[in-house]
Design a protein around this ligand. Structure first.
Ligand code: TUI
Length: 331
């Protein structure tokens, strides 16, 4: 079942260009969000994605209100287009960044890693379109009732904090559960993934790992190189014992973390301490041994650094081609 938000229109250039009602509602040309990757998605990346016609997103992550305010202002210098902010709800700064998005008139807020309930009223009253990441139909229905504009159904193929279900199973179930637009995330890095997401009923996608190697992404070069070198089985999920599983690339840090998770002598507090700061070490210092290189299972499908514009145009051209030929499967 489709959510009814997907359209294919004929353009002046004679070929089909994918557009959806999501594009119209958010003022974007392509129905693609850039994932709000903690310690990675800053003004430079968000502005590049928005300038390319997608929706760029600044990650409020574990940084405080002042950092976020500066990034929002930097992004406004770099683009006249709309961009969003991702509020990571487990962040100790969530309350203060929730205020900043209102004060700075951010039009779109994506939330992750929890239930955004306590902020919904304030954000909606301020005219913000709230788009939570959801790992289940229950959370999708809950946020729809609280006034969410859309949801992002994120499968466990994603990098970073993940839910239980896969994109293939979660997206159609969320599409059936809610009436608001559904975006698909998790494992999408090319036009095939975008086409598949539409077939599952989504009217947009969110991609993180692919944009991590964008030329405008300021993450440490070692991080980009690890994504470019990754093979299909190079990610693992750790942290299940702590209630927040994280998908990242295999390295000394993640293998040791996984070992310690099964060590009964290790307390949860010690384990939390072991993980804290590891993403920053990867993203900012490129520390290949001690960093947590969060990445999705699609890392192995990513072969080159490109500008955000090149990525988006390539992905949507591929998706259009596939969708145009799709009827040939039914003969
Ligand atoms: O949030 C993400 N991905 C992230 S956040 C992050 S930073 C971090 N650092 C250390 C520990 C934890 C996180 C790295 N990657 N993606 C969105 C996402 N949200 N995935 C899953 C969820 C989610 C999970 C549970 C959303 C709601 C939810 O609700 C549970 C509940 O009942 O509150």
């Amino acid at each position: 079942m489709s959510c009814g938000f997907c359209l294919m229109i004929e353009t002046e250039r004679g070929f089909c260009m994918i557009t959806t009602k999501l594009c119209e509602a958010l003022g974007i040309d392509y129905p693609i969000f850039q994932g709000g990757m903690a310690w990675i998605a800053d003004a430079s990346l968000a502005a590049a994605v928005s300038n390319a016609g997608g929706l760029g997103i600044i990650a409020a992550m574990n940084a405080d209100a002042n950092w976020l305010r500066e990034e929002i202002r930097k992004a406004r210098e770099l683009t006249k287009k709309a961009f969003g902010v991702n509020v990571m709800l487990m962040s100790p700064f969530a309350d203060e960044v929730a205020e900043v998005v209102v004060e700075e008139n951010v039009p779109i807020v994506v939330t992750g890693a929890g239930n955004p309930g306590k902020y919904m009223k304030k954000w909606i009253e301020a005219g913000i379109k709230v788009i939570p990441v959801v790992p289940s139909t229950a959370m999708a229905k809950l946020v729809e009732r609280s006034g969410a504009f859309a949801v992002i159904a994120e499968g466990g193929e994603s990098g970073g904090h993940i839910g239980e279900l896969t994109t293939m199973t979660l997206v159609p179930q969320v599409c059936d559960a809610v009436k608001i637009p559904v975006l698909a995330a998790g494992g999408i890095a090319d036009g095939r993934g975008i086409a598949a997401a539409f077939m599952l009923g989504a009217c947009g996608v969110q991609c993180g790992t692919r944009f991590l190697v964008a030329k405008e992404c300021t993450v440490h070069q070692n991080y980009k190189n690890k994504i470019l070198k990754a093979k299909d089985i190079d990610t693992i999920s750790t942290g299940r014992r702590l209630g927040h599983p994280i998908r990242c690339l295999k390295n000394q840090f993640s293998r040791e973390f996984l070992r310690q998770e099964y060590n009964p002598e290790m307390t949860d507090e010690e384990l939390e301490r072991m993980g804290s700061g590891a993403l920053r070490k990867a993203a900012k210092e490129g520390d290949e041994k001690n960093g947590s290189f969060m990445a999705g299972q699609c890392a192995a499908m990513i072969h080159q650094e490109q500008t955000a514009k090149e990525m988006i145009e390539e992905m949507f051209q591929e998706a259009e081609q596939i969708l145009n030929q799709a009827s040939s499967f039914c003969r």
